[in-house]
Write a protein that binds this ligand. Structure first.
Ligand SMILES: [Fe+2]
Ligand SMILES: [Fe+2]
Length: 170
């Protein structure tokens, strides 16, 4: 067993093997490294346009957390519930890491409505992830700070996986 750490969300992991994805924020396993490699970017310097990107991303993540929590609560079976439950946690982790980078408190999650029909929730999830992927890829290319490029492209990668999961189970 060895201590590992996600270089994107900062969560720690103790295990024999490197997981194929961060169990907390879901980014690719290449970002899960020896704990000593971790660098803390809390409250990092960033330009005003990057602050605005991070704030926009936080709004998306907070809204997605609320929606996926609702969809998990209304799920018609345990498979669908498992998908929504884990994805809600990934998004909550994204919200937390973005707030940390910006050096602000995490916002309260305002409840959002969802359907009592799984297929409708899957469809909406699909659209939410599609929007997040496109936006985060743009932020990754436009943010001048190398760390924000890394964060936005890592998160875009896992949102793309979410999108595929909704294709499979939707
Ligand atoms: Fe992570
Ligand atoms: Fe996310």
């Amino acid at each position: 067993m060895r201590p590992l750490r996600c270089l994107i969300c900062g969560e720690t992991y103790i295990g024999r093997e490197t997981p194929d994805r961060c169990p907390f924020c879901g980014v690719a396993g290449r970002f899960v490294a020896e704990a000593a490699e971790y660098v803390d970017y809390e409250g990092m310097e960033m330009c005003d346009s990057s602050k605005d990107f991070v704030r926009q991303a936080m709004k998306i993540e907070a809204s997605n957390v609320a929606f996926y929590q609702c969809a998990a609560g209304c799920a018609g079976n345990e498979v669908v519930r498992a998908v929504f439950k884990r994805i809600a946690k990934h998004e909550a982790e994204h919200l937390e890491l973005l707030a940390e980078h910006l050096g602000v408190e995490e916002p309260e999650i305002e409840p959002e409505e969802c359907s009592d029909d799984d297929a409708a929730n899957m469809q909406q999830s699909h659209d939410r992830e599609d929007r997040a992927v496109k936006l985060y890829m743009r932020f990754a290319s436009e943010a001048p700070e190398p760390r924000l490029k890394e964060v936005f492209s890592a998160i875009a990668g896992i949102e793309q996986e979410h999108y595929k999961i909704f294709n499979t189970f939707g």
